[in-house]
Design a protein around this ligand. Structure first.
Ligand SMILES: Cc1cc2nc3c(=O)[nH]c(=O)nc-3n(C[C@H](O)[C@H](O)[C@H](O)COP(=O)(O)O)c2cc1C
Length: 393
């Protein structure tokens, strides 16, 4: 019995589909597409990183043209995108991974949509200090339209050959904006009480499940990613207990796995940025344990700051539930991370990087540009959520 064997056990998802091991390629948008169209660099980049994991996740694909957080994200908003998406699905599935298209809508944070001149909207028109453009409060018609847009995007994912979709109900996107009492000040059926604030995410879940039924795909995987709390200093959008209530409903409705995004959790991790060990305030158990206990036999993926085989083992060390592990930045640096652990070559794992190395391991140009100054020198990477890549500080 090898030390890391547990990481290579099969996992059974909610819909009884099995995945070959506990690893997930974390959702990471590369911001490199051409006006939403998948390009060859992205196919090569994601294909390379998908081969050895159980689940390979694309990162944000927007469901309509008002939901673009950053230009360069992949589009699942139009039928014309299906051809490009199918190339991606094919490359991601080739090594036996389940290929997942993550669906998102940025709501008020749709900077990309604003730059394209598209309308931006949110649950409520609040003066958010970081938003420097006009956006409107969603009408009932807008809400119904977005619910339909998720359904259509799911149909496109199915037609493109993906094994499943993951709903991005986290990292401050539109679904989270509805759940957050800070962002949602509505007084209709979509805002106010806890029940009403969770109505929109639940309506999206129902809608994507309907799409799978309409396309006759019982075994289509529906993943669900959450930020377990929204807490920034004194500003609390929701706490972990409220998210537990939402997740109970979601589990009741039926999902196939749960994915915990931990980087915007406030973090009670001995003063460090939150990761798979983080414990919510006024609680004794970690976020990971709380949600694994809640989910029972529905797998729960946790991660953040996984750079070694031992990190991965620790993140999946659990007496309760079914533990999956997502790996993000390390898979950018070393696409063979999982295979090296499997082959007992964990000392060979690469942990630091240079711009040249990132190009060698097929990061798309647009992605690499996020790591280099215009003169080509490296800089401190304050990319997504301020998480630097090791070696580039
Ligand atoms: C470049 C980059 C892009 C990301 N894009 C997404 C995304 O599209 N969707 C998402 O849910 N999380 C996204 N994340 C968060 C990651 O999925 C992951 O939670 C985070 O990077 C922590 O894991 P790590 O420490 O293994 O990198 C992104 C992170 C990075 C570094």
């Amino acid at each position: 019995m090898g030390k890391y064997d547990k990481l290579f056990e099969e996992i059974t998802l909610g819909n009884k589909v099995t995945v070959k091991n506990r690893f997930m390629l974390a959702p990471m948008c590369d911001d490199s597409s051409d006006d939403g169209e998948v390009n060859d660099q992205q196919v090569a980049y994601l294909g390379l990183r998908s081969a050895d994991v159980g689940i390979a996740n694309t990162g944000y694909a927007y469901v309509n043209d008002s939901g673009i957080q950053i230009k360069g994200q992949i589009s699942a908003a139009h039928d014309k995108n299906i051809t490009g998406l199918s190339k991606l699905a094919y490359a991601m599935k080739r090594g036996g991974a389940k290929a997942i298209l993550q669906l998102s809508h940025a709501g008020r944070d749709a900077t990309g949509s604003h730059e394209y001149g598209n309308r931006v909207y949110a649950p409520s028109q609040v003066d958010f200090p970081w938003v420097h453009y006009d956006f409107s409060e969603m009408t009932e018609q807008d809400i119904q339209q977005v619910i339909q847009d998720y359904k259509q995007a799911t149909r496109r994912a199915i037609q493109a050959g993906f094994d499943g979709i993951e709903i991005h109900n986290c990292n401050h996107d539109l679904l989270q904006q509805f759940f957050s009492s800070y962002s949602n000040r509505r007084t209709d059926q979509w805002g106010g009480s806890l029940e009403k604030r969770m109505a929109f995410p639940l309506a999206i879940l129902k809608s994507v499940k309907e799409a799978a039924i309409l396309e006759n795909r019982n075994n289509f995987i529906i993943g669900w990613r959450i930020s377990p709390e929204e807490r920034h200093g004194q500003t609390v959008g929701y706490d972990v207990d409220e998210m537990v209530q939402q997740t109970k409903k979601v589990l009741n409705e039926g999902i196939d796995y749960l994915n915990l995004s931990l980087n915007i959790a406030a973090g009670y991790n001995n003063g460090k940025r939150p990761d798979y060990n983080a414990i919510p305030i006024n609680h004794k158990k970690s976020f990971a344990t709380i949600f694994r206990e809640l989910a029972g036999n529905i797998p729960v993926y946790v991660g953040t700051n996984i750079f070694s085989a031992d990190d991965a083992l620790k993140a999946s060390d659990s007496d309760e539930g079914v533990a999956g592990v997502y790996v993000g930045r390390e898979m950018l640096i070393d696409p063979n991370f999982v295979n090296k652990i499997k082959k007992h070559e964990e000392e060979q794992i690469i942990n630091t990087t240079t711009i040249e190395h990132l190009r060698d391991v097929k990061l798309p140009d647009g992605f690499v540009d996020n790591y280099a100054d215009t003169d080509g020198s490296t800089r401190s990477v304050s990319y997504r959520n301020g998480i630097p890549l090791p070696g580039l500080d």
